[in-house]
Ligand binder design. Structure first.
Ligand code: ZN
Length: 93
């Protein structure tokens, strides 16, 4: 699961320069052990629509995910591939 805390409000009033909307609206996201965040790549959210799933929503930033509706690893899903540790790199032979 992930929780989102918005800390943007205070900063907005101070911005003299016209900043892009993106940078003004900043969010701090806290991750827990169900999430799969490694490094600072942009994250996305996986959602499992199975009502019996233990983890229905989690954040992840693997660049290799295509299906974001599959089960979490705790529910028998696959582990997202971590950038830099791709199994096909063959670095640890
Ligand atoms: Zn993912």
């Amino acid at each position: 699961m992930l929780s989102v805390l918005t800390v943007a409000a205070a900063k907005t009033a101070v911005s003299a320069r016209r900043e892009k909307r993106k940078t003004v609206k900043r969010e701090t996201i806290s991750f827990d052990s169900d999430d799969r965040i490694t490094g600072d790549r942009p994250e996305h959210v996986h959602r499992n629509h199975n009502p019996d799933a233990k983890v229905k929503e989690w954040a992840c930033n693997s660049p290799y995910c295509e299906d974001l509706t599959g089960p979490h690893p705790k529910d028998g899903g696959y582990e997202p591939i971590i950038q830099g540790r791709e199994p096909w790199r063959g670095g640890n032979r």
